[in-house]
Ligand binder design. Structure first.
Ligand SMILES: C[S@@+](CC[C@H](N)C(=O)[O-])C[C@H]1O[C@@H](n2cnc3c(N)ncnc32)[C@H](O)[C@@H]1O
Length: 366
């Protein structure tokens, strides 16, 4: 414990030295995934370098997320048996412990947060200290006790898959440590987009700025439009078929693939209005005996990632079967690579000139 207290001090000092973008990411990566910052670990020794217990609980309680990892790992003992496993961004060590339970020869968990000192205690009280080594530090800066690992496990996904995601860190670990023909859990991620009817909410969130106590606040309306909203979307709001805009194969993709442009069509399922596009992602663990898969879409169970809504400037009026030609361009922000600059273009071509619409919207996730 005395050693850990000294380690915590050093870790906190190092974290303060991270450049601004990294600190920003670090302070928000887990915290963003919760509603309120209110409960702190007793003693306050972790200052602002560690997520709160309530944040951690929300992530662990996200059954779709945590159970999918558990099923993918624990139900595939034949894959994990006697393997060296690396858990990138191990947090409290939950995935590391799944891997140890699945028979891994040794698991190395890495996390730059001081949460790792709690993880060490958790691993110890669960009798797994001889199977799991936890290293505090940035994945990109530490050296592993093994030159190579057989399997990488990581929960790296952010909102809209890529916002504040640590996929680049996983790819770094893959290129540096994964043995040839090694496995990655999960190994496939896909982003989908659909059109939604969301008039009431758009009025509340965007229309609000038209009249603020009798004043025209339209300059802030543009800002509001440029900020994608992370929220749950009901399935009944979805007006079009979904379209796939990105698939990442984690064995092959590179950081360059995180900037992408994709043209896609949205076909209306019914006559309705479209106020926004909704995006979500699916995750696959294809290395499993039977692929484990989960979705964060409106059609399925709640996850803490919810969905991401991009309001359009126009309201589109569509008839069943009509097609909206769209394109989505995403790139990491130049100043903070974990923020995103997104552009969506749309064009509704109809024979009815009153319903034709075309536009370009710019969004920032920061
Ligand atoms: C979403 S949490 C996942 C925690 C845990 N694996 C779980 O499933 O509950 C991601 C973790 O990655 C850590 N992290 C992010 N970037 C990192 C990096 N470059 N090096 C080490 N850890 C990092 C964060 O501190 C955070 O604890």
């Amino acid at each position: 414990m005395v050693n850990d207290a000294m380690d915590i001090e050093t870790a906190e000092k190092n974290l303060k030295q991270l450049d601004h973008a990294e600190q920003h990411y670090f302070n928000r990566q887990v915290w963003k995934k919760k509603k309120k910052l209110c409960v702190f670990f007793v003693g306050g020794i972790f200052a602002n370098t560690q997520p709160t217990a309530i944040t951690i609980m929300e992530m662990l309680k996200d059954e779709v997320r945590t159970r999918s990892y558990m099923n993918a790992i624990v139900q595939n003992k034949h894959i994990f048996k006697d393997k060296v496993v690396l858990d990138v961004g191990c947090g409290t060590g939950i995935l590391s412990m799944f891997a140890a339970k699945a028979g891994a020869k040794h698991v190395i968990g890495v996390d730059m947060s001081t949460i790792i000192f709690k993880a060490r205690e958790i691993v110890e009280v669960n009798g797994l200290s001889d199977k799991i080594t936890l290293i505090q530090g940035k994945m990109e800066e530490i050296t592993l006790p093994f030159p190579q690992v057989d399997i990488i496990i990581s929960e790296w996904m952010g909102y809209f898959l890529l916002y504040e995601s640590m996929l680049d860190t996983v790819l770094y670990a893959r290129d540096k440590y994964l043995v040839k023909d090694g496995l990655i859990f999960p190994d496939k991620a896909s982003i989908y987009v659909a059109g939604i009817e969301d008039g009431d909410y758009k009025d509340e969130k965007i229309g609000f700025w038209d009249n603020v106590y009798g004043f025209n606040y339209s300059p802030l309306k543009e800002t509001a439009l440029s900020e994608p909203l992370v929220d749950t979307v009901e399935m009944k709001a979805v007006v079009t078929d979904p379209s796939l805009v990105l698939t990442l194969d984690l064995y092959k993709c590179t950081v360059e693939d995180l900037a992408f442009s994709c043209p896609f069509d949205l076909v209306a399922r019914r006559d309705d209005f479209i106020h926004a596009l909704v995006a979500w992602f699916d995750i696959d663990f294809t290395a499993c005996h039977k692929t484990v898969r989960f979705s964060t879409g409106p059609h399925t169970k709640y996850t803490h990632w919810k969905q991401t809504v991009f309001y359009l400037k126009d309201m589109l009026t569509v008839q069943q079967g009509e097609k909206i030609e769209c394109s989505l361009h995403n790139r990491p922000n130049e100043k903070n690579r974990r923020d995103l600059d997104i552009k969506i273009e749309y064009r509704l071509e109809t024979e009815d000139p009153t319903r034709k619409a075309e536009g370009t919207c710019l969004y920032k996730m920061c």
